[in-house]
Each structure stands twice: as structure tokens, then as C-alpha cells.
Design a protein around this ligand. Structure first.
Ligand code: ATP
Ligand code: MG
Length: 159
């Protein structure tokens, strides 16, 4: 289905209100974003997993940033935080099933992770013809980015 990604992001923020309680969420969503051809529930899961990580691995009060940019053939979605970032040698491995950075501290001790979230995100984004990766921000913290192709009417086989 064709869907405006900014609406999906607002929907996710709505159903994550409890997890994101007390957080400043800074969004940068341009006007008139072109709709993307996505499986809504799958993309909801990707954005949910990334926001859950941003909340889980950073200090309780620290802000989370969400931005969307259109770059000729692709839409780029970025979710940044002000946490400890990712050890450079782990930037790729965190997308492996069950891989967790050793000594990872969580802001909420109640939730144990299994190390599946990012592996699932990668599978879903690649099934949509996009890419997903992690970077460390110069100003501190991690930023997760994914792309979605702007397919201009071609049918994408993501199901
Ligand atoms: P699950 O998502 O299955 O509940 P998880 O959060 O441990 O468990 P992933 O979401 O795949 O698994 O993340 C893998 C690892 O990457 C995490 O255990 C953590 O070490 C690291 N990580 C993920 N997101 C961040 C982040 N925003 N900041 C710092 N480290 C992160
Ligand atoms: Mg996770």
C-alpha cells in the first residue's frame, strides 16, 4: 500500500507514549513528503524497534530525534539519540541475530533484550528494497538510518 511516512511516524509515537514518557522527541518531517510503498505493519515494527532501542540504551531524560529526507531515488529516515553510541567495531554486528554489545547498560532494567530487534529491522527494510545501518554521531550518541526506494509506480514485491 502507498503510505505517507510522516503519518506512520506519528502513529508509532502515539502507541509508544508509555515507553517514551518524559522524552523530548524532536521531529524534522518536511512538508509534502511523497508516499512510500510499504507494508504498514512491517514499517511500524521497524520504527518501533528503533525507538525502543533509543529509549532503552540512553539516559531517561535524553532527547530522541527523528528526521525524514528525500534524496532523489530514496527516502531517508534517521533516528538519533544522545546515548553512549556503538563501539565502532560493532556497528555492523549489531544487525546480526542475538548480537548485543557487551556490557551494554540499559536505562530501564525491567526489559531484557534478546538481540533480535535490529536483525528483524534489517530483514524488513531489505525486503522493501532499502538499506539500514548505524552510525555514531560526532556530537555523541548513535543514529540509525534506513532508506526506502521511491519506486514511482512500479509494484514492489515486499510481501
Ligand atoms: P531486542 O530488540 O530483541 O529486545 P536488543 O535491543 O538487545 O534486544 P537489538 O535491538 O538487535 O537487540 O540491538 C542489538 C544491540 O545493539 C543492543 O543490545 C545494544 O547493545 C546495541 N544498540 C542498539 N541500539 C542502540 C542505541 N540506540 N544505542 C546504543 N546501543 C544500541
Ligand atoms: Mg532492540
Amino acid at each position: 500500500e502507498w503510505y505517507p511516512i510522516d503519518e506512520l511516524i506519528h502513529d508509532v509515537l502515539g502507541h509508544m507514549q508509555t515507553t517514551l514518557e518524559g522524552r523530548e522527541i524532536r521531529t524534522s518531517l518536511p512538508e509534502d513528503l511523497p508516499p512510500v510503498q510499504i507494508d504498514y505493519l512491517q514499517l511500524d515494527q521497524v520504527v518501533t524497534n528503533l525507538l525502543e532501542n533509543a529509549a532503552r540504551y540512553t539516559a531517561v531524560g535524553s532527547p530522541i530525534e527523528i528526521s525524514v529526507d528525500v534524496m532523489d531515488e530514496n527516502m531517508l529516515v534517521s533516528i538519533g539519540d544522545y546515548g553512549p553510541g556503538i563501539p565502532p567495531g560493532d556497528l555492523e554486528r549489531i544487525f546480526d541475530k542475538f548480537y548485543r554489545v557487551s556490557g551494554t547498560r540499559r536505562s530501564s532494567s525491567s526489559t531484557m533484550g534478546t538481540g533480535l530487534g535490529l536483525a528483524v529491522c534489517r530483514g524488513l527494510i531489505e525486503a522493501h528494497g532499502g538499506r539500514i545501518w548505524a552510525e555514531n554521531r560526532l556530537e555523541g550518541g548513535a543514529i540509525f538510518r534506513f532508506t526506502l526506494p521511491l519506486t514511482k509506480g512500479e509494484e514492489l514485491d515486499y510481501a
